[in-house]
Design a protein around this ligand. Sequence first.
Ligand code: GLY
Length: 349
Amino acid sequence: MQRIPISTGAPYEVLVGQQLLEQAGTLIEHVVSFQKAVIVTDDKVAPLYLEKVLASFSDQYHIEVFVLPNGESSKCESELFRLFSFLCEKGLTRTDLLIALGGGVVGDLCGFAASCYLRGIPFVQIPTTLLAQVDSSVGGKTAIDLPQGKNLVGTFYQPKLVLCDTDTLNTLEPADFAGGMAEVIKYACIADRALFDTLHEPLSDERLVHIISRCIEIKAQVVAVDEHDTGLRMVLNFGHTIGHAVEKYHHYTDYTHGEAVAIGMVKILTLAAAAGYCPASFADEVEALCKLHHLPTVCDVPEEELFAVCGLDKKNAGDTIRIILLKTIGEASIVPMKHDRFRDFLKGN
Ligand code: GLY
């Protein structure tokens, strides 16, 4: 098992390894004291893993379960308030605990609820998707969606512990595993050439533990410097500016988030090469690796749509957008661009 310390205002550890669900109760009891806990999960994950997690707690704890319908549409106000009502009904107090067991939707909503209920109660993340293990469960971003857009209401609120059991990845749909690999490729691109090279080799259980741990270490380094996303943390969004435009253009249905990020990484590097910011080989190398991991790489979003959506990107400040490019594969750079320049950039100039 790997232990990765996260040095945020409230520090904690991420544990990565196999058969962690079976030890969840014991591992959690070591870092948080509580009487009652509510496990928040969804109706796809519960039949697979809930029993194992429940069985890992000793009888002295009172554990309740709250089940969301699987899918992004659950990351909403009505499910959040249904959870708040459940917590009141079960009499959860500030010395109790929430546990998120599932993918990014479960983790984001449960974390947001934990940050608001009684002005904050402890929570633990048990992410069961590759994307949640390498990205959303670590670093304390929580949110729900609004009808106007994704992640529009949220908080920074760190968990007490994150348990990444790589055995849970065995039941992922191939497209969901590939989507997680897109985020892994992103980490390699922005911070670790050796990891990028490793990703060309076949995956084994041991290699997967190493890869996930390395991604979390990279995120930990960034988050330790910029917990509240005011500067450096935006490098974690490499490929995401165009990726968000791809997701939106395809109505969040044709591509998973990770698949859209793969398209976004290749497109931004292709544009950067055309505009002379980097050699064309960067886009070629990233495209080849994405294809190796069964990820799409062709961007069919019209330039005007890209400009419109990117103009709303959170990395905008006034008339300037900050785009994430690569100095080399393994090192990111943040490039500020006026909107007029960005329009030309999208034209390949
Ligand atoms: N997912 C990007 C971040 O946590 O900042």
